[in-house]
Design a binder for this molecule. Sequence first.
Ligand code: ATP
Length: 242
Amino acid sequence: MQHNTQGSAKDVKLVEIQNLTKHYKNKAALLDLNLTLEPGHIVGLLGPNGSGKTTLLKILTGVIRDYSGKVTIQGNEIGPSTKALVSYLPDSSYFSPWMCPLDVISLFKDFYSDFDEKKCIEMLGRLGLSEKQKIKTMSKGMLEKFQLCLVMSRNALLYLLDEPIGGVDPAARDFILDTILSNYNEAGTIFMSTHLISNVERIFDTVMFLKEGEIVLQDDIDNIRLKEGKSIDQLFREVFKC
Ligand SMILES: Nc1ncnc2c1ncn2[C@@H]1O[C@H](COP(=O)(O)OP(=O)(O)OP(=O)(O)O)[C@@H](O)[C@H]1O
């Protein structure tokens, strides 16, 4: 696998996006977006419905390819080499309903050299999930927990999590967030979208607000709280008041 070898490691950003624009037919979902992510951060990607969060995550994953602008991960344009660096939790399930976790784990083991099977099985147990329950019989929250176990069991450089706790009951949310915190590769970065800001903001060190495909705020969470004197949830409600 070819990875970028140009420039010093210090110069190469984990994620670098320049002038990214994505249209669906004639509607812009992302508009001339510029963004840099450094390793070792937990970044919240926040914005109202339809602001472009899923589109941005899908572009970084390589699922969406028809865009303009420059998008690189570790200096490499999005492609097979970057897919190996990225662990992606999509906003919906892509497994066959007849499969059980053990079937999917076996696929992940074959597909990703950085996948830690033992870690995944341990995590399933801690979250109270059975290795043999068919996907089609799982509730939305159970399936979300299972997908999260898979994604967090990779030793990736970039974790892209699209609304990871949307279907999880409130009592389990903190447990899931702690599962995320204690299972990611700390040399990497988590880039996470969520609408459950008050539940999740404690784990972010940086947040960005996306509005109609453009970044309208990006800052360190402590700076925001200091400058604004309010929580991220409160600020979000003010900025995006309907
Ligand atoms: N497959 C598609 N075809 C046409 N338009 C799309 C498609 N997917 C997304 N869009 C449009 O692109 C814009 C951004 O959508 P996107 O799903 O990225 O937003 P989002 O911020 O993730 O929203 P949500 O918070 O509701 O999940 C929206 O206007 C949406 O209608």
